[in-house]
Design a protein around this ligand. Structure first.
Ligand code: SIN
Length: 283
């Protein structure tokens, strides 16, 4: 297997390998897993992978789940269809910095995304190294956010453009989740900045010291959250992948955030994603 780093901080392409061979090979599976943890997102081109093999490969990392808004492949549960057609429907949801499904108590730990069809140019995906985003924070900000928790909401993201009744029903089914603002990766021990476009507010910013009149002052509350969410957009932390049909990206969904660039309407883009259920994030 050939290996090429794509940037100094994140991402590598693995060549001369078919990931379907890892379905039955513990050695190959371990090597891919090691590269994933070391590089946070890894890429493969020209994969001969049926939807069933896609599910079988991803399932080696753990149980898969469907998505409440994006539909799944009816023949292959756990394989989520991300499809945009020439009329730009359904809406674009993926063009913001996020880690997948952090609005769940147990967000996904990683995902395997295959390009089925894409425009000749456009529709790239970007990933950002959220360990580096945390590491480079000034010490006083690290101290300020240590111990903070924040809400992550499907209502404020996938539900945002829904009519009110539908939005409330979605929220009733998937109540907001609350996670630490900084989490520790369960395998590598790295500290990760864990707020994104799905994060609505800090939940324990109020203390007797900083609330004087009811909830009047949480000084800097909103701008602090915004500054933290914007860290993913720093180019030095990023890699950008140009898709071709049958290329695959595998990312660690705790160590990274991603952004699918929606510059391609009216072209068609079709992806299939297998997301692996993780554990509850902890500091
Ligand atoms: C996602 O947000 O998980 C999908 C990314 C993509 O479609 O490139």
């Amino acid at each position: 297997m050939q290996f090429e780093k794509l940037t100094c901080n994140i991402g590598a392409e693995l060549k001369d390998v078919q990931i379907r061979d890892a379905i039955d090979s513990d050695d190959l599976f371990s090597e891919i897993h090691r590269h994933l943890l070391e590089n946070k997102v890894i890429f493969f081109r020209d994969q001969e992978l049926t939807p069933a093999q896609h599910v079988a490969f991803a399932s080696r990392f753990g149980a898969l789940e469907d998505h409440p808004v994006a539909g799944s492949d009816p023949d292959n549960p756990g394989l989520v269809n991300i499809f945009k057609d020439e009329t730009a429907t359904p809406l674009y949801y993926e063009n913001n910095w996020h880690a997948d499904v952090t609005w769940r108590e147990n967000p996904q730990k990683m995902a395997v995304l295959r390009c089925v069809q894409c425009p000749e140019v456009g529709g790239d995906t970007m990933w950002s190294n959220m360990t580096k985003a945390y590491e480079d924070l000034p010490q006083h900000i690290k101290q300020q956010i240590d111990g903070l928790y924040a809400r992550h909401s499907i209502e404020a993201s996938f539900g945002a453009a829904m009519p009110i009744e539908k939005r409330h029903a979605l929220k009733a089914q998937f109540p907001d989740a609350e996670h630490p603002v900084v989490v520790t990766h369960p395998e590598t021990g790295e500290e990760v900045l864990y707020v994104s476009a799905y994060t609505t507010h800090f939940t324990n910013f109020h203390t007797p010291d900083n609330v004087r009149y009811g909830n009047d002052f949480t000084p800097g509350h909103h701008s602090l959250l915004l500054d933290l969410v914007r860290r993913a957009a720093i180019p030095e932390y990023q890699v950008r992948w140009r898709w071709t049909p049958n290329s695959v990206a595998i990312w660690d969904n705790t160590l990274t955030q991603h952004y699918a660039v929606a510059d391609y309407p009216p072209s068609v883009r079709q992806m299939q994603r297998a997301g692996v259920i993780g554990q509850r994030p902890v500091r």
